[in-house]
Design a protein. Structure first.
Lengths: 315, 275
């Protein structure tokens, strides 16, 4: 296990380096002046003479490679700088905004699994039936609908016509009333993707020899599906869950803005409008780190649950 | 199932053909100038003269939806073509040459994939500025990785096949082998992926424009039309409904076409497999 983990972590290093290089390149290519942005601390925008002096003193006229390495060493120590607008520490701001996003994503994840799991399995078991056709049509529709449009359709129905849920907002720390509509919006879009993945894993499992063997032994269809096929579907479902989470993060970028949910998606959008470069960089690096950790976690789960991988890695 | 799929396939072809036709003939089909503001006619409900009503500046929503087809199809197709080209070249090189080239390109792919896609696109626009060309650039940077991975694995699966060995032993150059022997074999997979990702590119472009970061007003674009509709959601919800429906229909058509092509090229493959 230790050697597996060590190798996975070692493989992450070049990727992390490239991630930082991509982020820095975008920052470097931006029309703004990096010296001015880095100089901006809690006191607000600096005056031009100070910027010029700073450029000279800090060697901002150095080649890009030197600038990159200097920035990288700061980031490696966890120093993401200060917001251009509020003067707040970028690291704190990003962490604070991630909490509501995580809250929303976990609830949406639950909703999407509650919809897609039964539906995916049912349509695989009844392949070719009316239920299967309906489920696949609905999920196709689900991946085609823009989530922000779905969000507004739900708002029109539940908030404006029926008047039972608030239009937008965070309420009292993200209470259930304010959570329902954004979570259902994200949950439905994610369920559409997940449903097809679960269906195809289940179909694959149902084609295996041990299923034929189980049927030949005279087991009931219920037992074949629930005890034999389902257990083997759980493994790919781990990937599905982790993909789903990334999908939800993606969806949150726009849906959070629609519902005025104070997460990392609305933070990023707001910072783009205010040209808050250090904050955008911070969000990028933070999200990349989250995604990479999630992938690592998925691999570790696989390692534990799948004897085949454990065997391969042990060799 | 087979029957339903065929129906979906032909329906999607008809829908896309109709969209293309409308895009070309937009100036004849649209009853009004999509950018002409008429303050005295603002926020009209749908009527005979204005089938989808008018927006907050008194522009004909129906005409704007029709003209919106142009930009969505253009962005979708251009983004997919460019990212397929970049991804195929890099993924092909990685798979064919292997070694350091493979390592470098694939780690770069991993790095791009570490950013949740819409956030990468947002960051590109955040640093480089909004507008049509940066919108397309941001979507290309998001999409190319999928093709690179697909093409690399397809090329690897062809390694050691007799026809490649034969071509090599006849002294064919690497470039010749890649274009004449490998490309035709992997083209079907690229085609399926491209068709499916036209839909995603259109969705991505609409999302960014909806946030006000993509196509800028007054150009008629579905996402930015929905952004315009936000303040009027209480009084004029229909302003939000029409552009979103147009996006859904267009994206749905490309998804159905992609599924249909996949089944046609490989009848054993299931709908929704590697979705």
């Amino acid at each position: 296990m230790l050697s597996f983990l060590a190798r996975r972590l070692l493989l992450l290093l070049p990727v992390l380096l490239l991630v930082s290089l991509i982020a820095f390149s975008l920052f470097y290519l931006s029309p703004g002046d990096p010296a001015e942005i880095l100089l901006t601390g809690p006191q607000g925008p600096p005056d031009p003479a100070a910027v010029e002096e700073f450029r000279e003193r800090e060697g901002f006229n150095d080649p890009a490679a030197v600038l990159y390495l200097r920035w990288l060493s700061k980031v490696a120590q966890g120093d993401l700088g200060y917001s251009y607008v509020s003067g707040e520490k970028v690291f704190n701001a990003v962490c604070n905004s991630f909490r509501p996003t995580l809250h929303l994503s976990l609830v949406s994840l639950l909703i999407s699994l509650l919809i897609s799991f039964p539906l995916g399995i049912l349509s695989a078991v009844k392949q070719g039936s009316a239920i299967d056709g309906l489920a696949m049509t609905v999920s196709l529709l689900g991946v085609s609908v823009p989530n922000f449009w779905l969000a507004y359709m739900l708002i029109i129905l539940f908030s404006l016509k029926l008047d039972i849920l608030p239009v937008a907002g965070y309420g009292d720390g993200g209470d259930i009333e304010h959570l329902i509509l954004p979570a259902v919006t994200l949950g439905i879009s994610a369920a559409a993707v997940t449903c097809r993945m679960i269906r195809s894993s289940m179909l694959e499992a149902l084609e295996q020899d041990y299923i034929t063997a189980a049927r030949a032994r005279g087991l009931s269809e219920r037992s074949v599906v629930l005890r034999h096929a389902l257990r083997n579907v759980l493994l790919p479902v781990i990937t599905v869950v982790s993909l789903n989470f990334t999908y939800l993060l993606n969806g949150s970028a726009v849906v959070e803005t629609v519902f005025a949910w104070p997460g990392i998606g609305s933070l990023m959008t707001r910072c783009i409008f205010s040209r808050d470069y250090p904050m955008i960089l911070g969000c990028m690096l933070f999200l990349a780190l989250i995604t990479l950790s999630l992938n690592l976690l998925t691999d570790i789960c696989y390692y534990y649950l799948n004897p085949r991988i454990r065997h391969e890695a042990g060799k | 199932m087979k029957q339903g799929n065929d129906l979906g396939f032909w329906l999607s072809i008809c829908a896309i053909a109709a969209l293309l036709l409308l895009a070309i003939a937009a100036s004849w089909v649209a009853p009004h100038d999509p950018e002409k503001a008429q303050p005295e006619l603002r926020l009209k409900d749908p009527c005979l003269e204005y089938p989808m009503g008018t927006d907050h500046l008194g522009r004909c929503i129906f005409s704007r939806v029709i003209f919106g087809i142009r930009i969505s199809l253009f962005v979708g197709l251009a983004v997919v073509l460019s990212s397929a080209l970049i991804g195929t070249i890099l993924g092909g090189a990685a798979g064919y040459f292997g070694g350091v080239m493979d390592e470098t390109i694939m780690r770069l792919v991993d790095a791009f994939l570490s950013f949740p896609s819409i956030f990468l696109a947002l960051a590109v626009i955040g640093f480089l500025g909004s507008g049509l060309s940066n919108l397309m650039l941001s979507l290309i940077l998001v999409e190319w990785t999928g093709y690179a991975r697909l093409v690399r694995s397809e090329v690897l699966s062809l390694q050691g096949k007799e026809f490649l060995e034969a071509a090599k032993s006849l002294g064919a150059s690497d470039l010749y082998i890649m274009i004449r022997h490998i490309l035709p074999n992997i083209l079907p997979s690229i085609l399926v992926m491209s068709t499916l990702s036209v839909g995603y590119a259109i969705l991505g472009a609409a999302s960014l424009s909806f946030l006000g970061l993509g196509v800028q007003p007054p150009t008629p674009e579905w996402g930015s039309m929905m952004n315009d509709a936000r303040p009027f959601i209480r009084s004029h919800p229909m302003m939000m409904v029409f552009p979103g429906a147009a996006i859904t229909i267009t994206v749905l058509a490309f998804h159905m076409l992609g599924d249909g092509i996949r089944v046609k090229l490989n009848p054993r493959s299931e709908v929704g497999k590697d979705a």
